[in-house]
Design a protein around this ligand. Structure first.
Ligand SMILES: [Zn+2]
Length: 543
């Protein structure tokens, strides 16, 4: 099937032909790791994950290289580490782990490479790193040194501004250009800056400077993407993506650096940008009080825990280039729609005793292929709204085959995960002897959603919350749990015993992944396993 993508640089939708079909190469600007990512940050991660999945489908999973960088050197990071009184390393490691957990709950695959900027400042094993690029640019007179800085000289590149198509005046206003006496031109941007500890009360990260500058320093932001894409993907590659807010100056500057350093006519053959996100019709800002992080939504937003699948489904209903309005109503409708669909799917797959046969669901989905209508819609510049219309039309027919087809398509879009099929459900009632029924019901529903999101830590915290009320969660079967005051002790023990038996079997066949999964599952139920030397395991109540 022919793939067409819209290229921001040429302002046209054209047929995508990879430079090398055996290795389709995509670079997307990733997060600056100093705080939880907000839902606006989630949009490019989801959009380019859909593209990654489509490219893997079209060219083969082993023939696509997706690079998403991690910005771990930035003045915001220095300030936040100082504020929290922790090291920069601890802050960036922690934030990166949180980001990974959040986007996994949103159904995003790991990119092929996630390079950290600090690993590409000087990199002896690669011809391309930030320092070599900077030195090349100085040699070719596209950059110059001034007062321990290295600056890119914008007038040295005649094509500068072609991506954003702005006038010089607009660019100066848009870049909030910092006027500095050492700049030859107000548009010139920083490639390298001094880390002058005398002039700063913050701890500044510092590396040996390029171009014989004595003062140790650190890179400006833009150069990292030229270095990491150049090192991993090469001087020219297929697709460069990011949010529309990065169009200028960041992407304009990336192009200037890479093209002038490598003497190439283009940096990437396609430039793709996703539209803005606003919240309930307003621009999202901390000062507006409408700032929403992905973590907020996954844990507690407007009084409940939201499944990542619903967040993704809500986002994909708008074409990626259009602005998106994030609203509670829309998210709530999306959550209900996925739930109704999962109930239908499970309804078609019950065994003779009425229990959901999860293995039969899994093998039916495995046997299916993504539908032509969905693939065709995505091949038309990632038209996810058209793909969704096709999925809804199939679901409306309410047949068992089409329910499986829809599940396959939702998995293809990254909306459904295995854990959603298992746990994405609403808890309805608690036993008659349980007090504070409403609170308990809502904790139990949050627990189901935490499990659907694969967030065992949060699920564990909810188990503790119930334990504090003298209650236990018992997972009876797929998407069904019981809340008990403890009179069900026997059946809880039985559940644990059955899980231990399953885990022993997994360990016997050396399926460590499954064994670990069961161990984590038990931990979420409040049970820690102690492995004995003889191969058996003893359960202990985790505290
Ligand atoms: Zn970038």
């Amino acid at each position: 099937m022919e793939l067409k993508l819209y290229d921001t640089l040429t302002r046209e939708k054209r047929v995508f032909e990879p430079l090398d079909p055996a290795n389709v190469r995509m670079y997307v600007c990733g997060p600056t790791v100093y705080d939880f990512a907000h839902i606006g940050n989630a949009r490019p991660v989801i959009v380019f994950d859909v593209l990654f999945r489509l490219l893997r489908h079209l060219y083969g999973a082993d023939h696509v290289t997706y690079v998403r960088n991690i910005t771990d050197v930035d003045d915001k990071i220095n300030a936040r580490a100082a504020e929290r009184n922790i090291t920069i390393q601890k802050l960036t490691d922690e934030t990166y782990r949180d980001f990974k957990d959040d986007v996994a709950a949103l159904g995003c695959l790991d990119p092929t490479h996630e390079p950290r900027a600090t690993q590409y400042i000087r990199r002896p094993d690669s011809k391309v790193d930030m320092v070599t690029l900077i030195e090349r640019l100085v040699r070719s007179e596209n950059a110059y040194c001034a007062e321990d800085h290295v600056l890119f000289h914008v007038p040295s590149m005649p094509d500068y501004g072609k991506l954003s198509r702005r006038s010089l005046d607009e660019m100066i206003a848009g870049a909030r250009v910092e006027v500095a006496p050492y700049k030859r031109n107000p548009m010139d941007f920083v490639l390298w800056k001094p880390s002058d500890q005398q002039k700063s009360n913050l701890e500044l990260p510092a590396w040996r400077s390029p171009c014989g500058i004595n003062m140790p320093g650190r890179p400006g932001w833009h150069i990292e993407c030229s270095a990491m894409s150049g090192s991993i993907l090469g001087e020219t590659f297929d697709i460069h993506g990011g949010g529309i807010d990065l169009l200028f100056p960041h992407h304009e500057n990336e192009i200037a650096q890479s093209r002038c350093a490598f003497h190439t006519p283009v940096m990437a053959n396609f430039w793709m940008h996703n539209g803005f996100l606003q919240v309930e019709g307003e621009k999202m800002a901390k000062s507006e009080g409408n700032f929403v992080t992905i973590r907020d939504v996954l844990h507690s937003w407007n009084g409940r825990t939201w499944p990542g699948a619903a967040v993704r489904w809500a986002m994909l209903q708008t074409h990626y280039r259009e602005p998106i309005d994030w609203s509670l109503t829309h998210l709530s409708q999306s959550a209900d729609e996925i739930l109704r669909f999962l109930n239908l799917l499970r309804g078609y797959h019950r065994n003779s005793s009425g229990k959901v046969d999860i293995e039969r669901i899994a093998s039916a989905i495995d046997a299916a292929r993504p539908s032509d209508a969905v693939v065709a819609a995505l091949c038309d510049d990632l038209n996810t709204s058209r793909a969704i219309t096709a999925i809804r039309a199939a679901r409306m027919k309410r047949t068992r085959e089409l329910a499986v087809q829809v599940a396959r398509d939702l998995i293809f879009l990254g909306v459904l995960k295995q854990s959603d099929i298992l746990y994405y459900s609403t808890f309805h009632g608690v036993e008659s002897d349980v007090a504070e029924k409403n609170i308990v019901t809502s904790i139990a529903t949050d627990y189901q959603m935490a499990r659907a999101n694969g967030d065992l830590t949060f699920a564990g915290a909810l188990v503790t919350k119930l334990k504090d009320r003298g209650l236990r969660i018992i997972e009876n079967e797929t998407s069904s749990i019981t809340i008990s005051t403890g009179f069900e002790e026997q059946s809880f023990d039985e559940t644990v015993r059955a899980q231990i038996a399953l885990r022993s079997a997994a360990r016997a066949r050396k399926d460590w992944k499954e064994a670990d999964r069961i161990r984590d599952e038990l931990l979420a139920m409040g049970v820690r396993l102690k492995d004995n030397p003889d191969g058996t395991s003893t359960p202990e109540i985790a505290r």
